[in-house]
Write a protein that binds this ligand. Structure first.
Ligand code: LMR
Length: 341
């Protein structure tokens, strides 16, 4: 694809830049595998002061990569204003991780404070065109909190990551059907990036399995319910249990895919990808809720929720469950942050 900004670098701010996901993501951004082999890239890395030496080490490694597209020197800081200033894209990896024994409420409170603050900073220093991608969990609700406090950036420019789940499902379908991943189209993730998400194959197809036949090809509704859906819902936890660390390589890859499609458009115009975006009321999902939908992406950072799919009773049940969870997360987060004002 032609570079988005032929005459200048695309400026990308990354928070949590000393962390695991960043360590896999930064080389993707610097090498041109996200925004193309002709788009110069400027990185503005942010992390907490306690990680300063790690962040500095990562910066040295980026320099040592001698990436032809990467602007030097690479900026790193622990001051959000400096990281976010002039950014075209802000990728928020940093969040307060869930610790053993921590209640969901406590997690929402900690992250409510972080994403309120980041929204306020973005409000002061970001450009209106800035595109924001929230990755740190609970990602949907963190994105919602941020957007409440960041009125300078239109809500359509604030998204969260569902592409990791989307890629997991696409790959699982390919493995089950013994076909290439590239042959699997239009899987969809609905709702929360959590164990209530609904991984949906109703509209998926391959060269051998036409639209409408995918459930049957995968063993029917009972197989979906007992095996395929829970596998995707729990995949993050499975990786965490095995690696003793959250998914990082696959998360970075998903972030690259999300950003590429969002900014440059999907390779084929009809392709559906999954993104957490503010609901426009489609499918009866409460307007404004940050909810993963199947979307179409168009060059220039635009997308449209695909609003004409028909949802049967099997799917509807799952949509309700994940919507209810998101509403309760939102209510709890809003209760907490409203006390901070
Ligand atoms: C994942 O889906 O792998 C992660 O979001 C899990 C986590 O809680 O870090």
């Amino acid at each position: 694809a032609a570079p988005l900004f032929p005459d200048r670098a695309i400026t990308i701010a990354v928070t949590g830049a000393a962390g695991q996901i960043a360590y896999s993501l930064l080389p993707l951004l610097a090498s041109g595998s996200v925004f193309g082999s002709r788009q110069r890239v400027a990185l503005q890395l942010l992390d907490l002061p306690v990680t300063e030496s790690v962040l500095q080490g990562v910066t040295l490694e980026l320099e040592d990569g001698a990436y032809p597209l990467l602007e030097l020197p690479v900026k790193y800081t622990s001051v959000s204003e400096e990281a976010f200033a002039n950014a075209d894209i802000v990728v928020l990896l940093g969040s307060f991780p869930r610790k053993p024994g921590m209640e969901r409420k406590d997690l929402l409170a900690k992250n409510g404070a972080i994403f309120r603050e980041q929204g306020l900073v973005l409000n002061r220093v970001a450009k209106q065109e800035t595109r924001v991608l929230v990755v740190g969990n609970p990602a949907n609700t963190n994105a919602l909190t941020l957007s409440q406090f960041c009125t300078a950036i239109p809500k359509v420019n604030i998204t969260a990551l569902a592409r990791l789940d989307h890629n997991r499902l696409r790959s699982l379908v390919a493995r089950r059907l013994s076909c290439a991943v590239s042959d699997v189209h239009d899987v969809a993730i609905w709702g929360n990036h959590s164990s209530t998400q609904y991984p949906d194959v109703s509209f998926a197809y391959t060269s051998g399995v036409p639209v409408g036949k995918m459930r049957a090809a995968l063993g029917g509704e009972s197989q979906l319910q007992s095996e395929i859906i829970p596998t995707i819902q729990k995949r993050g936890a499975e990786v965490l249990a095995l690696r003793k660390l959250s998914s990082a390589m696959s998360a970075a890859r998903a972030i690259g895919d999300h950003l590429r499609d969002w900014m440059l458009g999907t390779a084929s115009e009809n392709e559906l990808v999954s993104m957490v975006v503010a609901s426009d009321g489609s499918y009866g999902i409460e307007k404004g809720l940050m909810f993963s939908f199947p979307v179409h992406c168009y060059r220039g950072g635009r997308y449209k929720i695909e609003s004409s799919l028909s949802i049967d009773s099997f799917s509807r049940k799952y949509l309700e469950i994940t919507q209810n969870e998101l509403i309760s997360e939102r209510d709890e987060a809003m209760r907490v942050v409203s006390k901070m004002c």
